[in-house]
Design a protein around this ligand. Structure first.
Ligand code: KG4
Ligand code: ZN
Length: 335
C-alpha cells in the first residue's frame, strides 16, 4: 500500500509518501514556518493556521512528485488529529478528508505523540511491545508504557513546562532565536557543563515526574545578575550547563522508570530526541544494563509527515486502525 502522511499540528506543514511492504519512506518534504513566528519568539496559532492553508497543497504535491508516483497511486491517507493547535489541525484534517473523498480512499486520524514514537519504529521495525517510551517534544515530556494492542499507561510526565519548551524559553532569555534547542546544543558542544550549577528539579524524589519551570526562573535570575557581555563571552559554557541540567533530569527520571517497570526496551521520540547529549547519556546507560534503546533517525525526530503515515502503518499491521468513513456520499444537511 502507498500512504500519504499529513502533519499540521504546530508550525511545520509536512507531507510524506510511504510504502508499507517493504517499509520505506519515498518522500518527506515539509515547509517550516519558523521564520514567520521568529519575530514573536514562539508560535502564533493564527499565523500558523494561515501558513498551513497556503502550504499544504503545494507540500502534498511535492511529496507525490518526489516519491515518483501520481495522486491516484495513493491507497490511504493518515493525518494528525491532535494534540496540537486547533486551527492548524483543522487545516490538515480538512485537506486530508477532502483529498480522501476525491480519491475515494480512506483517511485515518493519528495521535501526534504516537507518530513521534512511530518515527523510532521506522528505524527499528522489529520492536515489539511491551516497552517504555519517552516522548520529549516542544509540548510534551512523558514516560509511557506501551503494551500489546496499543495499550498505554502513563508512568510520569512534566508538572509544568515540556523539555523542548525549557530549551526554547531559556534560549529566549539568553537571546537565542526560537526554536532554541538545536542552537543550545550546537553552542554548548564540548563546552564546560559545570560552568553554571543550574537546578535539577525533583532530583531527590523517587518518582518519574519532571519539572522545568524552576530552571527557567534560574536562567532568568542568571541573566539579571550577570553582565550581558559576560553572558555573551561565555555563551557556549552557559548553553552546555543548561543542556546538562535538562538532560540530567530526563535521564535520571527515565532510569527510574526503567527500574520501576523493568522494561528491556526504551523507545524515544519527539523533537528533543534529536539531542546528541541526551542520546549519548541514555545509550550509555542502556548499554550498561543490556537494554535496547530505539531512537528515530535524527531527521525524523522533529515533526514530519513520515511519522504520521508510519503510525498508521504500525496500527494496520496490528489491526488497530479505524478510518473515518470518507467514501460514503455526504448526508445532505437537515435544515
Ligand atoms: O516534536 P517537535 O518538532 O514539535 C512538537 O511536537 O513540539 O519538537 C520541537 C522541539 C522544540 O522545542 C525544539 O527546540 C526541540 O524540539 N529540539 C531540540 C533539538 N532539536 C529540536 N532540543 C534539544 N536539542 C536538539 N537538537
Ligand atoms: Zn511534535
Amino acid at each position: 500500500m502507498i500512504w500519504l502522511g499529513i502533519e499540521s499540528s504546530c508550525d511545520e506543514t509536512a507531507c510524506a509518501v510511504l510504502q508499507d511492504e517493504p517499509l520505506k519512506v519515498l518522500s518527506n518534504p515539509l515547509y517550516s514556518q519558523i521564520d514567520e513566528h521568529a519575530l514573536y519568539g514562539g508560535v502564533v496559532p493564527e499565523i500558523a493556521a494561515r501558513a498551513h492553508l497556503q502550504k499544504i497543497a503545494p507540500i502534498a504535491e511535492a511529496a507525490v512528485k518526489e516519491a515518483g508516483i501520481e495522486l491516484k497511486d495513493i491507497d490511504a491517507i493518515a493525518y494528525t488529529t491532535g494534540p496540537g493547535l486547533m486551527g492548524p489541525l483543522l487545516v490538515g484534517a480538512s485537506f486530508a478528508k477532502g483529498l480522501a473523498r476525491d480519491l475515494n480512499i480512506p483517511a485515518y486520524g493519528i495521535n501526534h505523540l504516537e507518530g513521534h514514537l512511530a518515527a523510532a519504529w521506522l528505524s527499528n521495525p522489529d520492536i515489539e511491545p511491551p516497552f517504555l517510551t519517552l516522548t520529549v517534544s516542544g509540548g510534551h515530556t512523558e514516560l509511557v508504557m506501551e503494551e500489546p494492542g496499543f495499550k498505554y499507561t502513563s508512568i510520569g510526565r512534566t508538572r509544568d513546562d515540556a523539555a523542548g519548551e525549557a530549551f526554547d524559553k531559556c534560549g529566549k532569555l539568553l537571546g537565542l532565536k526560537y526554536p532554541a534547542g538545536a542552537t543550545i546544543s550546537r553552542l554548548g558542544k564540548d563546552k564546560n557543563r559545570k560552568f553554571v550549577e543550574f537546578p535539577r528539579a525533583l532530583h531527590t524524589h523517587d518518582n518519574c515526574e519532571f519539572s522545568f519551570s524552576g530552571l527557567k526562573t534560574a536562567v532568568l535570575r542568571y541573566t539579571e545578575t550577570h553582565d550581558p557581555q559576560f553572558i555573551q563571552d561565555n555563551l557556549g559554557d552557559i548553553c552546555a550547563s543548561l543542556e546538562d541540567a535538562i538532560v540530567d533530569s530526563l535521564v535520571s527520571k527515565t532510569i527510574n522508570a526503567l527500574k520501576k517497570t523493568k522494561m528491556k526496551t526504551l523507545v524515544m521520540g519527539g523533537g528533543v530526541s534529536a539531542n546528541s547529549w541526551l542520546r549519548t547519556r541514555l545509550q550509555d546507560y542502556c548499554d550498561k544494563k543490556g537494554i535496547r534503546f530505539c531512537v528515530p533517525d535524527r531527521s525524523l525526530s522533529t515533526d514530519n509527515g513520515a511519522m504520521i503515515a508510519a503510525a498508521a502503518i504500525r496500527r494496520v499491521k496490528q489491526n488497530k486502525l479505524t478510518s473515518i468513513d470518507v467514501v460514503k456520499p455526504w448526508m445532505p444537511l437537515a435544515i
